[in-house]
Design a protein around this ligand. Structure first.
Ligand code: PLP
Length: 392
C-alpha cells in the first residue's frame, strides 16, 4: 500500500481477509481466541505472531485493521485503538510518566485533558507547568533539562490557538522530552504532527474518524517501539482497548474520511468568508483565514484548519442565545466534526465549570460560539447563519 496515496490507503489499507474472502472488513465479535492444542496456546503466550490474538483486551483482528489503516493516514509505524479519546490521552500521559517527572503543557486544553494533568498526574507526584501555547518564549522558559514530556492540542478547542509544532518539538527533543500532540481539531487528514516530529499523536476518533455521531473511540499513533512497548502494556492491562464494533465502524468511516473532512473544511472556509466583517459579530476565528493572528504559521503547517470555527456575537449571552435559538439547520450540541452542522456555546456547556478568570484567560466569553461545519450544502448553512444573525 505504501506506493499509493492516502485516499487509496484509506479504502484498502490494513485489510485482513478471513478464509471466506469477504469484500467488506469482518467484525470479529469475540472476547477470546482458541487454540488447536495446549502446545499452541503455550507458544502464543510466549510470543504472539502478527496475526495471532489471545484476548480482546489485548487485541482483535478488527481493531488491528483499524489501527493499521489509521497509522497509514497519520504516517506512523503503528497505532493503538482505545475506548475513547480520553482513554487515549490518559494512556499516553500515564504510560510515559512517573513520580518526580516534569511535564509542560499548553493551558488551552479540553477540560478532561486538564483534569488528567492537574488532578491525576499531579496526585502521583508529577510536576505540571502550564503555558500559553501560542507563546514560543513561554515554552522556552518552561521546558527544563528534567522535563520528561510535553503535551498540547495542536489547534486548541474552542479558541483555535495554534502551537508552533516545529519549535516546541525542537525544544522538547533538545532535553530528551517526549512530545504528545492531541490532534482532535487538526483532523487526521490535515495532520502534520508525526511529520514534524511529535512522538505520539492522540486522537479522539469520536470526532472526524467516526464523523457521523455513532461511536466513541480514540487512538494513539507513534513508533512501533512506543506503541507496542509502554503504550500497549498500559492500555491492555488497564482495559482501554476499543471494542470491535467501534473499531469496525471507524474502519468503514476511514473509507470516506478524506472526502468528508475536505468537503467540510472547504465549507468551513466559505462560512468564515461569509461571516467575516458581519456587523453583529466582534470577530471570526479560523486559523487558515488571513484575518487570524497566526495565519502565517497555520497555513505553513497545514492547508486547512479543518471543520471548526469560532466567532463572538456582540451583546453577550442574551444576544448569543437569541442567535443560537434561531438556527434551523445547525444543531445545538457539544460535539463537533459531525456530518450534521453543530453550534456550541462553550461558556455555558463544555467549559461551564471553568472559573471566570480561567475563561477570561482563554477567551471563552459569553458571546463565543463554536461552529462545527458538516456535510450540508454550504449555501444552506450560510443562509441559516445569516437569518439567525438578523434575529439578534
Ligand atoms: C473530544 C476531545 C477529547 C476527548 O475525546 P472523547 O472521545 O470524547 O473521549 C480529547 N481531546 C480533544 C481536543 C477533544 O476535542
Amino acid at each position: 500500500m505504501a506506493n499509493f496515496s492516502k485516499r487509496t490507503q484509506m479504502v484498502h489499507g490494513g485489510i485482513r481477509r478471513s478464509q471466506y474472502g469477504e469484500l467488506s472488513e469482518a467484525m470479529f465479535m469475540t472476547q477470546a481466541f482458541v487454540y488447536p492444542n495446549a502446545e499452541a496456546a503455550e507458544a502464543r503466550f510466549v510470543k504472539a505472531g502478527e496475526d495471532e490474538f489471545i484476548y480482546a483486551r489485548y487485541g482483535n483482528p478488527t481493531n488491528r485493521m483499524f489501527e493499521d489503516r489509521l497509522a497509514m493516514l497519520e504516517g506512523t509505524e503503528d497505532a493503538f485503538a482505545c475506548t475513547s479519546g480520553m482513554a487515549a490521552v490518559n494512556g499516553a500521559l500515564m504510560a510515559l510518566t512517573k513520580a518526580g517527572d516534569h511535564v509542560v503543557s499548553s493551558r488551552a486544553l479540553f477540560g478532561s485533558c486538564l483534569y488528567i494533568l492537574e488532578e491525576v498526574l499531579a496526585r502521583f507526584g508529577v510536576e505540571i507547568t502550564l503555558v500559553d501555547g501560542t507563546d514560543n518564549a513561554a515554552w522556552e522558559a518552561a521546558i527544563r533539562p528534567d522535563t520528561r514530556l510535553v503535551f498540547f492540542e495542536s489547534i486548541s478547542n474552542p479558541t483555535l490557538e495554534v502551537v508552533d509544532m516545529a519549535h516546541v518539538v525542537s525544544l522538547a527533543h533538545a532535553v530528551g522530552a517526549l512530545v504528545v500532540a492531541d490532534n482532535a481539531m487538526v483532523t487526521p487528514v490535515y495532520s502534520y504532527a508525526a511529520k514534524m516530529g511529535a512522538d505520539l499523536v492522540v486522537y479522539s476518533t469520536t470526532k472526524h474518524v467516526d464523523g457521523q455521531g455513532r461511536m466513541l473511540g480514540g487512538a494513539i499513533c507513534g513508533s512501533r517501539e512506543l506503541i507496542r512497548g509502554p503504550i500497549e502494556a498500559y492500555m491492555k492491562h488497564t482495559g482501554g482497548a476499543i471494542n470491535p464494533f467501534a473499531a469496525w465502524t471507524h474502519l468503514k468511516a476511514l473509507e470516506t474520511i478524506d472526502l468528508r473532512v475536505r468537503a467540510q473544511s472547504d465549507s468551513a472556509l466559505k462560512v468564515v468568508e461569509a461571516l467575516s466583517g458581519h456587523e453583529k459579530l466582534s470577530f471570526v476565528n479560523y486559523p487558515t483565514h488571513p484575518s487570524h493572528p497566526q495565519y502565517d504559521l497555520a497555513i505553513a503547517q497545514a492547508p486547512s484548519a479543518g471543520t471548526v470555527l469560532a466567532f463572538e456575537v456582540k451583546g453577550g449571552k442574551e444576544a448569543c442565545f437569541t442567535f443560537l435559538n434561531a438556527l434551523e439547520i445547525f444543531i445545538i450540541s457539544n460535539n463537533f466534526a459531525d456530518a450534521k452542522s453543530i453550534a456550541t456555546h462553550p461558556a455555558t456547556t463544555t467549559h461551564q465549570r471553568l472559573p471566570q478568570d480561567q475563561k477570561d484567560l482563554l477567551g471563552i466569553s459569553d458571546g463565543l460560539v463554536r461552529l462545527s461545519v458538516g456535510l450540508e450544502d454550504p449555501s444552506d448553512l450560510i443562509g441559516d447563519l445569516m437569518q439567525a444573525l438578523d434575529r439578534v
